[in-house]
Design a protein around this ligand. Structure first.
Ligand SMILES: Cc1cc2nc3c(=O)[nH]c(=O)nc-3n(C[C@H](O)[C@H](O)[C@H](O)COP(=O)(O)OP(=O)(O)OC[C@H]3O[C@@H](n4cnc5c(N)ncnc54)[C@H](O)[C@@H]3O)c2cc1C
Length: 418
């Protein structure tokens, strides 16, 4: 089943070109090979050595076609080997790219490396870029982003307790982190710390700063990969114990860590939501396909009004989520304050995604929760999104705060402009 992507009236020629080129690779190269390419199709079985070789060749072949189409690494500027897309082009690309679960890696986007690449592009010194960014882009290094802590609320990053104390020309880091994704393979971590500089100005102390920590530094103890959804994972618990790194490993100015984390998450939320929309689109197509082919109780599923209700509700969920996300994306793109819209999008889209996938699973019956379809993995992904990237509750508080602030300043909300 191919994704139906046509030109959109009213958007730029480049957006349409990017969407159509992406769809061509998804439809011709990835969907027909999903059974081979992705672990979720293997039912927990590890591939044999000859299968691994075949998978490797197939992946390299697809990556070459992505590069030829000028779509490689859409999150990076051209000078770093990326596609050099602007914000809207990238957002529109993601809804197509995400139709095939796992395809992003074949387009050079692999979290958390991609987020770390963006941070290094923005905050890294020339030396840091040479040492960490370029090898990361070339795939010679792996990385992790270590912010969340087991003993403090990840939804309130100001509560983190990991410290970096200045000692001579080194930072000495102590802290306990968990859910550091890619922690087992990572060659270096970007660690969020509270910096303490006994000789520095008091107002700079106790501020959050990101520091690059090579994984092999003495005192970096990767305790375990935390099982997630009942399976082994590389989301790791790590204890940093008297870890010494040069002061030059600090990313950006002292105290810029919170802003850097916001930079990573802010626009990233729009990209993640467009990814969710691509996955909803796939779940929707799968549901429609099944309802037109499965006969139950003397008729096709499509003839039952319960199922027609599912189709209508999912259509509304997807279109609402999509328009909300694009509205926020356009506000960001035109330099308007989009904080309320980003929060609304971040709450609405993962919840809509959960509902859309849930209905598709119901229509497919037992097959819906099997490893033969991407739906089970989507269901877990959608649930996780409701607590990652800022949990729903935190974003609701933000929306209410913005609305009430405006009201107390003497204005009702203007829905035409925000
Ligand atoms: C698969 C996965 C991968 C991850 N990868 C990374 C990673 O690479 N690096 C990293 O640093 N972290 C990572 N995380 C951690 C993730 O960012 C945190 O789990 C998330 O920020 C929530 O923090 P917490 O788990 O500490 O929950 P808490 O902060 O303890 O929040 C728990 C719940 O409290 C409620 N809540 C919070 N604030 C309020 C409020 N003000 N009012 C009412 N209710 C509230 C919400 O329901 C929230 O879900 C990952 C997590 C998962 C599941």
């Amino acid at each position: 089943m191919a994704m139906n992507v046509q030109s959109i009236p009213g958007v730029t020629e480049r957006i349409n070109q990017v969407r159509l080129l992406t769809a061509e690779i998804i439809n011709k190269e990835i969907l027909p090979n999903e059974n081979t390419l992705f672990a979720w199709r293997m039912g927990g079985r590890s591939p044999s050595d000859s299968e691994k070789e075949h998978i490797r060749e197939l992946r390299e072949d697809i990556k070459a076609k992505v590069k030829q189409a000028g779509l490689w690494a859409p999150h990076l500027p051209e000078e770093y080997g990326g596609a050099g897309l602007n914000f809207l082009e990238h957002a529109y690309m993601n809804e197509v790219l995400a139709y095939a679960q796992g395809a992003a890696a074949l387009f050079g986007v692999v979290a958390p490396n991609s987020g770390n690449q963006n941070i290094l592009v923005k905050y890294g010194t020339e030396e840091q870029k040479k040492k960490w960014l370029l090898p990361l882009i070339a795939g010679e290094l792996e990385s992790g982003f270590s912010m969340t802590e087991p003993d403090n609320a990840g939804s309130d990053p100001r509560s983190i307790k990991t410290t970096a104390r200045k000692d001579g020309d080194e930072w000495v880091i102590n802290g306990h982190k968990w859910f550091t994704s890619n922690g087992i393979r990572a060659d270096f971590f970007i660690v969020m710390c509270r910096t303490e500089d006994p000789s520095g100005p008091a107002d700079r102390n106790d501020k959050m700063t990101q520091i690059i920590v090579p994984a092999k530094t003495p005192g970096v103890n990767v305790i375990r990969g935390i099982p997630v959804w009942g399976r082994e994972s590389d989301h790791c618990e790590i204890i940093y114990e008297d870890v010494r790194v040069p002061l030059s490993n600090q990313l950006g100015a002292t105290g810029s860590g919170h802003q850097a984390a916001q930079d990573r998450l802010g626009a990233g939320r729009i990209y993640h939501c467009m990814n969710s929309i691509g996955q909803m689109w796939r779940a929707f197509d799968l549901m429609v396909e099944r309802s037109t082919s499965r006969e139950v109780h003397g008729g096709l599923l499509e003839s039952k009004q319960f199922i027609q209700g599912f189709i209508a509700d999912s259509y509304i969920d997807i279109q609402t989520a999509r328009l909300l996300t694009l509205h926020a994306a356009e506000r960001i793109d035109t330099g308007l304050d989009a904080r309320t819209d980003i929060s609304a999008t971040k709450i609405y889209v993962p919840a809509a995604y959960s509902r859309v996938v849930d209905r598709a699973i119901q229509v497919w019956g037992g097959a819906g929760v099997s490893g033969d379809l991407p739906l089970a993995a989507m269901y877990q992904g959608a649930r996780t999104l409701r607590l990652a990237d800022g949990p729903d509750e935190v974003h609701k508080i933000l929306i209410a705060k913005n609305v009430l602030k405006r009201h107390h300043a003497g204005e009702y909300w203007d829905f035409g402009n925000g």
